[in-house]
Design a protein around this ligand. Structure first.
Ligand code: MN
Length: 138
């Protein structure tokens, strides 16, 4: 069931568990690498199948994405979708509404480093619609 993305990618970490479908559209997997409160951060390896993405969301303490394989999309509210690919580092300021995921025709793997704050690490919002997802222009 969870072999497609893995088999197409030269990933460092194992895929981990299926990501919560309440917050992801399409198939994605999460391997929590660091989740101990003493480190004040959550570090996860996230793998998205082609077409998969997370919901719109914000991070009270910001987030850094390190793309380790594949090609994907990153979009901030009211801005165009940006193409992201292996080797890219995306710095997401606190409270900026955004989403990230795979591109239409390629899976994506990124490491997500998220600050853990008294307000939490993430606030999930509405789904990214197909219309929004398909708005990428080269
Ligand atoms: Mn994020």
């Amino acid at each position: 069931m969870n072999t497609t993305a893995k088999n197409e990618q030269n990933t460092i970490f194992s895929q981990g568990d299926k990501a919560n479908p309440d917050y992801f559209t399409g198939n994605a997997w999460l391997n929590l690498l660091v989740n101990e409160s003493e480190f004040n951060s959550v570090i996860g390896n996230v793998t998205f199948e082609a077409g998969a993405r997370n919901n719109w969301h914000t991070h009270p303490g910001g987030q850094i994405l390190i793309v380790t394989d594949g090609t994907g999309y990153y979009q901030e509210k009211d801005k165009p979708i940006q193409l992201i690919q292996r080797g890219d580092v995306v710095k997401i300021p606190a409270d900026v509404k955004h989403w990230h995921g795979a591109s239409v025709d390629s899976p994506l793997t990124h490491i997500a480093i998220t600050a853990s704050t008294p307000k939490g690490a993430v606030d999930w919002l509405e789904r990214v619609t197909d219309e929004e997802y398909n708005s990428y222009k080269e």
